[in-house]
Design a protein around this ligand. Structure first.
Ligand SMILES: Cc1cc2nc3c(=O)[nH]c(=O)nc-3n(C[C@H](O)[C@H](O)[C@H](O)COP(=O)(O)O)c2cc1C
Length: 202
């Protein structure tokens, strides 16, 4: 499989800020298409998405290809290898790990580069924002809280997750869990960081 590079829209100039979304396999990745569309509506930017192998089990990369300018589907090892962590990291003005699993959060806190997304984080000279989403029990574990503190101490941005009562895929419970904010709130976060308004939706 080859990396998809959609033809950029005429108004999306080469000078547009380059936003890289690293999507990992939290249940909240089911909202990824809505988040990407909200970013598109709010911000004039070049949008690249990297999906971890787990993320690609929740949402089809084919759907994301219709929204992003570029997509790397890391469930295909050849595609992940060809994309290159250094190039992806160096090309981006802003990186969001969205949603961020306990696994990827912990890997980043320990400086691991065993997989494409943690390797991108490690290789990035630019700001990286982690947006964790996981079961309440996982979030409250001392190891995760320690890893969040470590990431913040290392200069990364880890906003407090939004607590929302709802259906939890992992155990079919219906209680409050920490996760992502609404798509438009996430789009506003991106816009605030890259400062490129899309005039019609600003
Ligand atoms: C149905 C289901 C829901 C899951 N939800 C989450 C979640 O919300 N947060 C999380 O940290 N892990 C969740 N996981 C576990 C991750 O998918 C797993 O740890 C995976 O290895 C993460 O890999 P990645 O970080 O490379 O995407 C879930 C797994 C399943 C099967």
């Amino acid at each position: 499989m080859t990396i998809t590079m959609n033809a950029p829209e005429p108004d999306r100039a080469d000078t547009a800020p380059r936003v890289l979304i690293c999507a990992t396999g939290a249940a909240a990745v089911l909202s990824l298409p809505h988040v990407l569309i909200a970013i598109r509506e709010k911000t004039e930017c070049h949008l690249t998405v990297v999906m971890s192998a787990s993320a690609a089990r929740f949402v089809t990369p084919q759907a994301i290809r219709h929204i992003a300018d570029e997509l790397v589907d890391a469930s295909d090892p050849d595609e992940a290898f060809a994309a290159g962590h250094m190039k992806l990291a160096m090309d981006a003005d802003l990186i969001l790990v969205l949603p961020c699993t306990a696994a990827t959060l912990s890997a980043a806190a320990h400086g691991l580069a065993h997989d494409l997304i943690p390797a991108i984080v490690l290789a990035s000279p630019k700001p990286v924002i982690f947006l964790p989403s996981m079961h309440r029990v996982m979030w409250e574990k001392p190891a995760i809280q320690r890893n969040v503190r470590q990431l913040r101490a290392d200069g990364y941005e880890v906003p407090d997750p939004i607590w929302r009562k709802g259906y939890e895929l992992a155990d079919h419970s219906f209680e409050a869990h920490p996760g992502l904010g609404a798509p438009m709130a996430l789009a506003q976060l991106v816009q605030a960081r890259v400062g490129a308004r899309r005039s019609a939706a600003a």
